[in-house]
Write a protein that binds this ligand. Structure first.
Ligand code: PGA
Length: 235
């Protein structure tokens, strides 16, 4: 894995946006895997400003969400709501090219298969933008719950708490799997803040496939980790 260490979180957002934009210019019909979370918000804001000024056109791009919680879509904790507010609308992703697992499905296993088929039908992923959890999870490939393809996971209490709003479990989610994500031609992982420092160190140093799911991603041929100094402090 290639690592770029920048002074601050805003620097990481700017760098992530610039990699994103370069890829979108090179391939207007870019097929992307996109994250939710605190980390990518500023990158999305930069990209939204570029869209508003007419310098970035994502109208032909396709966005697949990395994951979704199994909750009614109207709830503010869903990634459907997050993406609508922070990415799909402000970046101008065409409604018919916004993909996210259906968190209201009565048959999550079938929904996982359908999602994999949709990614394949779009021609596969060109670019995956990722975050990383303090416990080393990537998308919702949680410790002990990583899987090869899109699958259902049960969120632990700590992960549920990150969704906010006093939500309590039990709660399941659908996530792209490790192979799904690794099938992307290019991967960018954004990490900011001291809470991610241990996960980044273990991603680099732990034996692959143990308690740290992030280790399953590090050998991708085109993976760039963009980290601020706090997140990179143990590297
Ligand atoms: P965060 O989430 O960006 O809110 O820290 C990262 C993740 O859980 O993947």
């Amino acid at each position: 894995m290639k690592t770029e260490i920048l002074p601050t979180a805003p620097d990481v957002a700017r760098r992530g946006a610039s990699v994103f934009e370069a890829q979108a210019r090179a391939r207007p019909a870019l097929v992307m895997a996109l994250p939710t979370g605190r980390t990518p918000v500023e990158m999305y804001e930069i990209l939204a400003a570029r869209k508003r000024s007419g310098e970035l056109n994502l109208s032909a791009a396709t966005a697949f969400n990395l994951d979704e919680v199994l909750l009614p879509r109207r709830m503010p904790q869903t990634f459907f709501q997050f993406m609508t507010r922070h990415a799909w609308e402000p970046l101008g992703i065409a409604p018919e090219r916004r993909f996210i697992p259906d968190g209201e499905t009565a048959d999550p296993e079938a929904e996982c298969r359908r999602y994999e088929e949709a990614i394949a039908a779009a021609g596969g992923l060109d670019l995956a933008i990722l975050g990383i959890g303090a416990d080393g999870h990537i998308a919702y490939n949680l410790p002990g719950q990583a899987g090869p393809r899109t699958h259902v996971v049960t969120l632990d209490a700590g992960t549920i708490a990150t969704l906010g709003g006093g939500l309590t479990g039990p709660l399941r989610a659908i996530t792209m799997g490790v192979e799904t994500i690794l099938s992307a031609r290019s991967i960018v992982l954004l990490a900011t803040g001291a809470s991610k420092a241990e996960a980044l160190r273990r991603m680099r140093d732990e034996p692959s496939g143990g308690a740290w799911p992030c280790t399953l991603f590090r050998d991708h041929a085109d993976l760039t980790v963009i980290a601020d100094e706090a997140a990179a402090s143990q590297l």
